[in-house]
Design a protein around this ligand. Sequence first.
Ligand code: NAD
Ligand code: ZN
Length: 479
Amino acid sequence: MVFLSVHSPDELRRMYDARFSRNLDYRKAIWAVLVSDWFTKYVRPTDTVLDLGCGYGEFINQIACGKKYGMDLNPDVSGFLNPDVTLLPQDCSARWPLPDAALDVVFTSNFFEHLPDKASLGRTLREARRCLRPGGRLICLGPNIRALHGEYWDFWDHYLPLTERSLAEGLEPAGLRAVHLSVPRGEDAKTVQVMTALHRQLATQGAHRADPVVALGGGSVGDLAGFVAATYMRGVPFVQVPTTLTGQVDAAIGGKVAVNLPEGKNLVGAFHQPVAVLADVATLATLPEREYRSGLAEVAKYALTLDPELLASLEADPSSLLRREPAALGPLVARCVRAKAAVVGADERDEAGRLVLNYGHTLGHALERLGAFAGRSHGEAIALGMVFAARLSEATGRAPRGLVARHARLLSSLGLESDAPLPPTEDVLAAMRMDKKYRGGVRFVLLEDVGRPFVEDDVPEDVVRATLEAMAPMGEAEG
Ligand SMILES: NC(=O)c1ccc[n+]([C@@H]2O[C@H](COP(=O)([O-])OP(=O)(O)OC[C@H]3O[C@@H](n4cnc5c(N)ncnc54)[C@H](O)[C@@H]3O)[C@@H](O)[C@H]2O)c1
Ligand SMILES: [Zn+2]
């Protein structure tokens, strides 16, 4: 019996050979790390394990356990499995040749999308349930159309687009309880409630001191997961895997982690450094344009304040960046990380030196606090904030003329506005005074020139006001 309606095992063999034979070594190396650093925590040395859709055996060959089974329809896989793996070459939705409760673990990785329909997925899950002992585990990586995009689904042998939610809906009737640790999208994830839910899930999963938390997502997920890791059992290791430009160049670097309160952003947090940051610029391909441009504003910030060479390269030609070419993005992200890491390394606890990273953020944060600016991105706010800081730098005579124009040119070449109308001046001033970094007088990061930032505590309020007014549209209300 063949479960693929449109092609035979032989066709399957050719299809897989064409797509995967070239990167077998690469896959094996990645799986060696996944198995040794992660999956061994869930598989005991005596467990009987079945790898469903075992493919070329990356998991089942490398996992340390008792009896090993692999199940796959592609006849080629027999040549790749170690001698201690018993191959069950069959359609997984037909009865498995195993007694009830014979398995401790059933493992699958990106497999269920290969099944032709939900009926066969249901039959497969029921067989998994039957063959697992009570308390046994189905460890299931993906498929998840929310996390895997584009090219992944462009494959003849992918039929079932599932998310962790739709898959869980299928698991429950088969008697399998799903545990997933996904969180709301974006800023909504950064709440005390979500944090507590994660703490409790770690506790019910029996997570221990050495179990790492992996933050896969944007800066919001990184801040949340980092704070969960900082506080669970007084601190467990965590790994940042940022998938937004902001995350890669900024949020994942430096160890500041936090959640929000209704009273304000990032009010509950810690300093907790990740053990590693893995940034893959390929993930940026699917980022919405607005999020991407928001990240470019932070890139412009590093260029203007810390890295004149980066500034020169952006000014020369930003087009490859705008096209998100990985060849351009890789070195760019690395450069920004170096710039931020150098500053953080000199002032990890945010006492003085780290303030320069706040360039453009005094006004930026104030704008974000104002309803009138709702719906705009962080990057749009700090783009205006940087123009404002440059104007202040010129107005106080600390910077040469031309700095503002240079900001405007750079930002507009990156698709960011530099002269959008501001909310009423008095509202902006009031919002600025609410800044965490406000101590007595409003504190600004200004530039003596590009690459030469300094912190200024006493910009006269009338200069601030006049500069804001010069940026606000004509006839704006006053306090
Ligand atoms: N800790 C720090 O030092 C630091 C620094 C800067 C920002 N932050 C925090 O980071 C957060 C903002 O992070 P952000 O700008 O990355 O936004 P985000 O994490 O809120 O993500 C923005 C949106 O993009 C989606 N997304 C993420 N990766 C994607 C991808 N590869 N393809 C398609 N969509 C994707 C997310 O689901 C979300 O809807 C804020 O909470 C901010 O306070 C922290
Ligand atoms: Zn920022």
